[in-house]
Design a protein around this ligand. Structure first.
Ligand SMILES: [Zn+2]
Length: 64
């Protein structure tokens, strides 16, 4: 009758964390939960606005 704790691996940082009594599961902490959320958002943002294109346009503007 061991008190078996369910351990999960955080999908953001890969740290082993506890499933029970973890309000941020499947993440290890609030920080990783938010990091995952903002990761998705910033990835979508990056598709719409390509930083390389912005830089090229800026360079052309300077050379003119
Ligand atoms: Zn984590």
């Amino acid at each position: 009758m061991g008190n078996k704790l369910i351990k999960i691996k955080c999908p953001v940082c890969g740290k082993r964390t506890q499933w029970e009594n973890n309000p941020y599961r499947p993440f290890c902490s609030k920080k990783c939960k938010l990091a995952d959320l903002y990761g998705w958002l910033s990835e979508e943002y990056r598709i719409k606005i390509n930083p390389d294109e912005i830089e090229d346009e800026y360079i052309e503007e300077v050379e003119r």
